[in-house]
Design a protein around this ligand. Structure first.
Ligand code: 2HA
Ligand code: ZN
Length: 276
């Protein structure tokens, strides 16, 4: 039967999701079932590949997502391994539409083995809502367990100003990539609405939020932007972990951070510089 639909496995959004999950796995950031990704799809683009009436089943969300009613998300599955996404997207990923009352996700494609979305989907959706309220172009939320970022959590103070400042000092481009800094949540139980609400609250100010001793959340307009944010924090954390036990002879000074931010025209957290 020719439905006129394009093959979804050829869709750019599926390919990009697969590539991102594979990259993150190979970087060692997403062991076992660690990490999750959600991407809000353009409705017109999704309709080229999916019958909007072709609802496979509904899955309760467990919180009120009515602000996202009708929105369609491509999201990694619970218990699924990033390692396996590329070889079998239809089992490891799903596409869901938020129901009109915001209480359920309508499964349009994927989770072929009867699975469902990541346990962190409430945190993702709440983060989408928070980011959309400050940036209507936000589309992506990524959660990951990058190694050096996590290591740094054990040896550096988990204070937003101090942590951001240290990261900015580690690579010249950091303040340009994440001028808004990095938010930090204390250790909290994951997979709950509470951590989702706390993450979303931070997301109103930050595109990056550290979950202490667990990992990081990033949000952005595209997969590249969001991945790049996490990648840049991870690079800075790696430099920190390679150098923090050695005598520090050189550093990037606050005046230089300011010069960078001004030259590249970014609106940075001025209160995160030491001198303020
Ligand atoms: O989905 O990373 O935080 C696995 C996780 C939960
Ligand atoms: Zn996690």
């Amino acid at each position: 039967m020719d439905t006129g639909m394009k093959n979804i496995l050829t869709a750019p959004f599926i390919k990009e999701m697969c590539k991102t999950a594979s990259n993150m796995y190979r970087l060692g950031w997403d062991e076992r079932n660690g990490g999750n990704i959600s991407l809000m799809l353009d409705e017109g683009e999704a309709a080229e590949y999916l019958d909007p009436e072709g609802k496979l089943r509904t899955i309760p969300l467990g919180f009120d997502a009515s602000a996202l009613a009708g929105k369609i998300f491509l999201v990694t599955g619970t218990g699924k391994y990033f390692k396996n996404v590329e070889a079998d997207p239809e089992t490891n990923l799903g596409i869901v539409r938020i129901s009109p009352d915001g209480k359920e996700a309508q499964l349009l494609w994927g989770y072929k083995d009867g699975g469902k979305f990541t346990s962190e989907f409430p945190a993702h959706l709440m983060s989408h809502m928070a980011r959309l309220s400050v940036d209507p172009k936000n589309r992506v939320v990524i959660h990951s367990h990058p190694t050096h970022t996590l290591a740094m959590n054990y040896v550096h103070e988990l204070d937003e100003k101090k942590l951001t400042h240290t990261l900015w000092e580690m690579c010249t481009e950091c303040i340009v990539v994440f001028p808004d800094g990095v938010g930090v949540l204390p250790w909290m139980l994951c997979g709950t609405n509470s951590i989702g609400e706390a993450t979303a609250e931070k997301m109103k100010q930050f595109r990056l939020v550290i979950w202490a001793m667990h990992g990081i959340y990033g949000a952005g307009r595209t997969m590249d932007e969001t991945f790049g944010l996490i990648e840049t924090v991870e690079k800075a954390a790696q430099i920190y972990m390679l150098t923090s036990h050695l005598p520090r002879i050189n550093t990037i000074r606050d005046g230089q951070l300011k010069e960078l931010a001004e030259f590249f025209g970014v609106d940075y957290r001025k209160d995160f510089l030491e001198s303020t």
